[in-house]
Design a protein around this ligand. Structure first.
Ligand code: TYD
Ligand code: MG
Length: 460
């Protein structure tokens, strides 16, 4: 092979931005100190093309009409965990490449091992490849999870050997734990670097598309920028799932941020227990756990996560500031949104909120950015400011605009039904939504059109 000369490029380990020289701040993602020098051998287009997969049914260079394309019945493999299936868009699609990202220790390996065991006990041939843990460690984890099932294991980090093993074994599903540990001898930079991670992902993409095997890749999210983060590969894979949660709490949320085979708003909720991850079938119930009835500044909001409504508690604490500059913090939602809503209240109701500190919290640790949360935040802030509790059988949802108007949100029915299911008897919602809905059994509807009306409700 001619042209195999070496050159070095600097890569941002966070987003994969390439640069000829070192830079302090990445122009792509604005992170600092993420550039690392990597040696790349200039490969000929021919050799680089070897790992490029050709989609099933494609013939070199022939153009076809859309109507001529035959569709196969899309077959989905159910994982045995409905929460996981939901996030995947209804099960695993053949030949899909799925990236599962998340902080170290959040439970990615546990989730995928559980999935493998479930599939193996359903009689499927599953290959679990670990570059991080020894066979003994995997066995210990498997014993801890319980449920006997036999699956094939491989502890290996050499990409070529892993590829060979997959071609030899021809499994029905492959898990790679983690993509950052895989290294190819063709690439001279260190394992975990952007070039290595891209090379390995390209190889697994070829396997997934070429052999029709679904491949799950684990990708660690790292803060230090020592190894390339999963964001570098988001564009190469079919589906990107993030496993997140409060490291102090036990619940974990699996969220799809990209999915070529389903909706991206879906959430799967799990709980980390002594013997592995358990599904949380009714997250609203779970999120409202530990709520204190009769406390001011606490409101139950109803948000939609994909197709599923979820109730959560919004808490606000508003108190007089001791310094000239008020403190505002928000956990679980955007602090700028909170500032904006408080400015709306100040202007439209004439309340002296600029002299007040405000702390807003979504109890349970979920992160929600849906505008329908606005009304609950406003209500919680007002309730805390006036020190008037909101009835603990009340839910609220609606978007608040800059003129203090309460705007309609989608999927009113589902939100109200979720409230009814959990025994709530009153719902504060946008007037427009109330008019569209009509009568609901077991739920009193209070339609409002402005924050002034909301203030009136509390002052009564
Ligand atoms: P792990 O799956 O190893 O995380 P990741 O692969 O994302 O790095 O999860 C490890 C954490 O989960 C660890 O802190 C221990 C905890 N854990 C349990 O609480 N119960 C269990 O049954 C298992 C297997 C792990
Ligand atoms: Mg792990």
């Amino acid at each position: 092979m001619a042209g195999k000369e070496k050159k070095t490029i600097f890569f941002c380990q966070n987003c994969g931005y390439e640069s000829a020289k070192w830079q302090g701040q990445c122009p792509g993602c604005r992170q600092w100190n993420t550039f690392v020098e990597e040696t790349v051998s200039a490969r000929t287009a021919k050799s680089a093309g070897k790992s490029r997969p050709r989609a099933a049914g494609a013939e070199g260079g022939r153009v076809v009409r859309l109507s001529e394309v035959k569709t196969a019945q899309e077959s989905r493999i159910l994982t045995g965990y409905p929460e996981l299936d939901r996030v995947l868009g209804g099960g695993i699609v053949d030949g899909s490449l799925v990236l599962v990202g998340g902080d170290p220790g959040i439970g990615k390996s546990t989730l995928l091992l559980q999935m493998c065991k479930e599939l193996a006990s359903a009689g499927r041939k599953v290959l679990y490849i670990s570059g991080e843990e020894s066979l003994q460690q995997i066995r210990m984890r498997a014993d801890r999870i319980g449920r006997q099932a036999d699956l094939s294991l491989l502890c290996e980090t050499n990409l070529e050997l892993v590829e060979n093993a997959i071609e030899r074994e021809k499994p029905e599903l492959v898990v790679i734990d983690s993509i950052q540990t895989m290294y190819s001898e063709d690439v001279s930079s260190a394992p975990g670097s952007v070039s290595q991670v891209r090379e390995a992902t390209g190889a697994f993409l070829a396997i997934a598309k070429g052999m029709g095997i679904p491949v799950f890749l684990v990708g660690h999210v790292t803060k230090e920028g020592v190894v390339a983060g999963p964001r570098v590969l988001e564009h190469m894979v079919d589906t990107v799932l993030y496993f997140e949660g409060d490291s102090h709490g036990t619940y974990r949320v699996l969220r799809a941020v990209k999915n070529r085979f389903g909706s991206t708003n879906e959430l799967g909720v799990f709980e980390m227990a002594e013997n592995g991850l358990a599904e949380v079938k009714n997250p609203s119930d779970y999120m409202l756990n530990g709520r204190q009835p009769g406390a001011s500044g606490s409101v139950v909001a109803c948000t939609m996560e994909g197709t599923r409504p979820m109730l959560l508690e919004v808490q606000a604490l508003v108190c007089k500031t001791n310094f000239g500059l008020p403190r505002r913090t928000a956990s679980g939602t955007d602090v700028n949104r909170v500032n904006l809503l408080m400015a709306v209240l100040e202007k439209r109701l004439g309340l002296p909120l600029s002299n007040c500190d405000a702390y807003v919290n979504i109890a349970g640790g979920l992160r929600i950015s849906e505008p329908a949360l606005d009304l609950a935040i406003v209500l919680a802030v007002l309730s805390s400011y006036l020190d008037v509790p909101v009835s603990d059988r009340t839910i609220a949802f609606g978007e608040v605009g800059l003129s203090g108007e309460v705007r309609s949100v989608s999927q009113t029915q589902q939100r109200i039904q979720e409230g009814v299911k959990l025994g709530f008897t009153n719902c504060i919602l946008p007037r427009v939504c109330e008019e569209q809905t009509g009568h609901v059994n077991g739920m009193g509807l209070t339609g409002i059109s402005s924050v002034r009306q909301l203030y009136g409700l509390l002052k009564k």
